[in-house]
Design a binder for this molecule. Structure first.
Ligand code: NAD
Length: 498
């Protein structure tokens, strides 16, 4: 089914770097875009390096004065046009991402809807992004927010449309220009987005340099005229990007990994258990577990443990592992053979060091021979196990039994990450006290993944620095300038005139 749709998607055969609203001719090496499930060859993509990055930065630099001088309302109108264009192309974009990364159409559809909402959110937010001021004796102090200039942005493969919107929307809304590097496993929808950008934005405002992390990515982070870096990806590469920013003394925002606790209290209503099990399943299996936010450490209270586990196992077994191009909720394949081998290695560790509750096997899906599909997998384990401590980025959930509240809070926080956490309880006091004590940037009470535009999205500890998705993000893309005005010039205190 996907192979039929691929030919109708209008993909280019070859994509060069997108600079000044044009795809550049490809002169050097290329890498293939390959369908995750079928292995079908989709396109060739330029493997950009310092030369393309230099050209892209130059284009962004030249576009910056005019773009930043536009009134916010006018910049907002460009973002609205892009959101409308994505919406008109939603089916095409959704299919491209499903082909490229192997996640179900129902999921990649959600990605593009979130991306659209991001462009619209920042179009609105920039209009109320104000500095501040106050009268001072015989004058005024004005603190205004100014864009940095050229922003270098690097994104991962798991939700490419969301990631591109998280980076592009606030940066250009605030008056910056952008050079963005998509992930080598998932560049296609971003490169196709460029075709819409070319019809809407002035040349040079948004530039895209596809390629490898160590080549295009490293050249971008090291570029002397990139004024701000923004990165989403693993904590290990986040450190490298942070060091590059530190070396050049430019600000760096980081959205990194997670290993988030999802905590079930014993006071939940019996009538709610099915819905909670459903939430917990979604929290761990959405995006095939390839989500930084996934609720991958499930703490179930001893008093309800056996009942809850029985329902959880049944819920996991109901999930359909299928061709990602099929309709409806399903678990597709993980993004690549490399990621599949990584997930398999963790399942092997789990089989040795933990107790397998369900799943654990690779699944063959007809017509999808290249795909690494897994059964939804649940292990019962301890919080200090490798399964519970390391980010797997696959459909593998670690369950931890708890009965002592203090110990559970200690364990929930006892991990290098701090991105998100879930709490299920009917007791408001438990909910609020626990939310206060959890070291994480997003706490969801009675509903995991409850992301509303405007809700700060950022990590504590090794999960990152800064917040995206919210008004505050505009502060990350602007610096403050204080302008102090006196109504008349007075002699200074040391002046011979005084
Ligand atoms: P990754 O860190 O390997 O790669 C992410 C990006 O960084 C890619 O574009 C890659 O090409 C680039 N890169 C790699 N090495 C580089 C280098 N030396 N210099 C510059 N750029 C380099 O991550 P991944 O495996 O692609 O993605 C999964 C990770 O991303 C997970 O840890 C996940 O939790 C994290 N993630 C976080 C968020 C969030 O918002 N917190 C969202 C999605 C994914």
């Amino acid at each position: 089914m996907l192979s039929q749709s691929a030919s109708n998607l209008g993909l280019s055969k070859v994509y060069g770097a997108f600079i000044n609203n044009e795809f550049q001719p490809v002169r050097g090496a290329v890498f293939p875009a390959v369908a995750a499930a079928t292995g079908m060859h989709l396109a060739e993509i330029a493997r950009c390096g310092p030369q393309e990055v230099e050209a892209a930065v130059l284009a962004a630099e030249r576009a910056f004065p005019a773009w930043s001088a536009l009134p916010p309302e006018e910049r907002a109108s460009y973002l609205h046009k892009l959101a409308d264009a994505i919406e008109r192309n939603a089916t095409r974009f959704t299919t491209i991402d499903t082909l490229d990364i192997g996640r179900g159409l129902w999921e990649t559809g959600i990605d593009h809807a979130i991306a659209v909402s991001q462009y619209r959110y920042f179009a609105a937010a920039i209009i109320t992004h104000e500095g501040f001021g106050r009268p001072i004796p015989d004058g005024y102090l004005v603190a205004k927010r100014e864009p940095y200039g050229v922003c270098g942005q690097i994104i991962p493969w798991n939700v490419p449309a969301i990631m591109a919107s998280f980076k592009i929307a606030p940066a250009v809304a605030a008056g910056n220009t952008v050079v963005l590097k998509p992930d080598e496993n998932a560049s296609l929808s971003t490169l196709e987005l460029c075709k819409l950008i070319a019809e809407i934005f002035p040349p040079g405002v948004i530039n895209v340099v596809p390629g490898m992390g160590e080549e295009a990515g490293a050249a971008l982070t090291a570029h002397p005229r990139v004024a701000k870096l923004a990165f989403t990806g693993s904590s290990d590469v986040g450190r490298i990007v942070s060091a590059a920013g530190a070396h050049r003394l430019v600000p760096v925002s980081l959205e990194l990994g997670g290993k988030s606790p999802n905590i079930i209290f014993p006071d939940i209503e019996t009538a709610d258990i099915d819905a909670i099990v459903d939430n917990v399943t979604f929290a761990s299996m959405y995006c095939n577990g390839q989500s930084c936010l996934a609720g991958t450490r499930l703490f179930i209270h001893d008093a309800i443990y056996d009942d809850f586990m029985a329902k959880l196992i049944a819920s996991m077994r109901r999930i359909r592992v299928a061709d990602p191009a099929s309709e409806g909720p399903l678990l597709g394949c993980v993004v690549s053979a490399r990621q599949g081998q990584r997930v398999q290695a963790y399942i092997d560790i789990g089989r040795e060091q933990a107790s397998l509750a369900t799943g654990g096997a690779r699944v063959n899906v007809a017509g999808c021979d290249a795909g690494w599909f897994f059964e939804p997998t649940v292990f019962e384990t301890a919080n200090d196990s490798r399964l519970a401590q390391e980010e797997i980025f696959g459909p593998v959930l670690s369950v931890i039994r708890w009965n002592d509240y203090e110990r559970m809070i200690h364990d929930a926080n006892n991990v290098r990450y701090g991105l998100a956490a879930g709490i299920y309880t009917t007791n408001l006091k438990h909910a609020m006290a626990t939310a206060d004590r959890l070291q994480a940037g997003n706490i969801w009470i009675n509903s995991y993944f409850n992301l509303a535009s405007g809700s700060p999205f950022g990590g504590f500890k090794e999960s990152g620095i800064g917040s995206e998705y919210c008004h505050e993000t505009l502060n990350m893309y602007t610096h403050l300038k204080a302008v102090t005005i006196q109504t008349q010039v007075k002699p200074a205190w040391y002046s011979p005139l005084s």
